[in-house]
Design a protein around this ligand. Structure first.
Ligand code: RP5
Length: 159
């Protein structure tokens, strides 16, 4: 069985430039991940298989990025009990507002943790924070990472 606990899925290869930002915090914190293209409307059977198998493959958190009528995250959340973090990908015509609205307004009973438009970095960070709840070593790395982020912010403005 794979050691990946985070699965990063996206509706299209074209989402990759947005979604690759999720890798930065995961790699900085030593969290293993996988990346897959899973489209709710173009590959519905793949979506179904992915959702059926994710838990048994050891996946603990799913990050789902998509653009436009972005039903991917909601469909995944409908088909697995695992937590789903959504990343609305910016779209050409509506600049990601369509993606955001598709993802953020999940009806009661099926939860999706929606991030800001294009903010895959925070999706990766949130996934790591979720995993850290049951992983003391990851918690230590997360605390250290936060301290170093704080220390990296200079007080004086560079003019
Ligand atoms: C969505 O449609 C994808 O998530 C992507 O953001 C958007 C455009 O996909 P492509 O036409 O570039 O494959 O399903």
């Amino acid at each position: 069985m794979s050691h990946c606990q985070v699965s990063i899925i996206m509706g299209s290869q074209s989402d990759w430039p947005t979604m690759e930002g999720a890798l930065k915090p995961l790699e900085a914190l030593g969290v293993e991940y996988e990346t897959k293209v899973v489209s709710a409307h173009r590959t519905p059977d793949r979506l179904y298989e992915f959702c059926q198998q994710a838990h048994n493959r050891g996946i603990k958190v799913i990050i789902a990025g998509a653009g436009g009528s972005a039903h991917l995250a909601g469909m995944v959340a409908a088909m697995t009990h695992l937590p789903v973090i959504a990343v609305p990908v910016s779209s050409r015509d509506l600049k990601g507002m369509d993606s955001l609205m598709s993802m953020v307004q999940m009806p009661r009973g099926v939860a999706v943790a929606c991030q800001g438009i294009g903010n895959s970095f925070n999706a990766g960070l949130m996934a790591a924070q979720m995993l850290a709840l049951g992983d003391p070593a990851l918690t230590e790395r997360l605390i250290d990472w936060r301290v170093s982020q704080t220390e990296s912010v200079a007080e004086e403005v560079v003019r």
